[in-house]
Ligand binder design. Structure first.
Ligand SMILES: CC(C)(COP(=O)(O)OP(=O)(O)OC[C@H]1O[C@@H](n2cnc3c(N)ncnc32)[C@H](O)[C@@H]1OP(=O)(O)O)[C@@H](O)C(=O)NCCC(=O)NCCS
Length: 153
């Protein structure tokens, strides 16, 4: 697949040997990155994680889950060196195609302060369905989450 900026991407599922590099990538872009055990949940089928590679290097990943007719986008990140070239858009579109057979809606939570991600999601047809007060730990205590959703039909 090619991104809108012409970057060639290859997608594959997360394997145990990828966890260290995925955690290193996330540490570059998140103030509170996931623990190793959250990625390990993707190996036993509870969650599903796909990596995007460009020229053999992992440049992004997405994690989703589904149950009871709803899908959840649990995590998405793109390496700083490869942001704003359409990698996130391609990862999201892959996630949507994977979740669609099992769910009619895709939900996610995002920090209220994460303006870049909110702008990204709005551009990708997500809309606000609610907020969760004090949902995330933050440098100054707790921070609210915005709940966004997108129809998958
Ligand atoms: C959100 C994220 C995955 C988007 O990945 P990406 O590959 O840059 O996304 P795309 O190139 O497909 O889309 C970029 C669009 O997102 C928005 N966006 C992304 N980064 C932005 C920034 N730094 N400033 C402003 N808008 C931004 C814009 O709408 C942008 O479009 P534009 O470049 O034409 O202005 C990436 O910014 C990221 O990894 N952020 C840190 C991790 C994170 O916050 N994940 C979400 C957790 S809920």
């Amino acid at each position: 697949m090619q991104t809108r900026a012409g970057l060639g991407l290859h997608f594959r599922s997360l394997e145990a040997g990828d966890i260290a590099s995925v955690m290193a990538l996330e540490a570059q872009v998140q103030t509170h990155p996931w623990r190793r055990s959250s990625y390990e949940d993707c190996l036993d089928g509870r969650h599903h994680c796909w990596l995007a590679e460009a020229e053999g290097q992992v440049v992004g990943f997405v994690v989703v889950a589904w149950a009871g007719g709803d899908g959840e986008l649990l995590n998405i990140a793109v390496a700083p060196s490869h942001q704003r070239q359409g990698v996130g858009e391609c990862l999201l579109s892959l996630a949507v195609e994977q979740v669609k057979p099992y769910a009619s809606m895709l939900f996610l939570e995002v920090r209220l302060s994460n303006r870049n991600a909110i702008q990204f999601y709005e551009r990708e047809q997500f809309f606000e369905v609610g907020q969760r007060p004090n949902y995330y730990p933050s440098k100054r205590g707790r921070e609210d989450a915005l709940i966004l959703a997108r129809e998958l039909s």
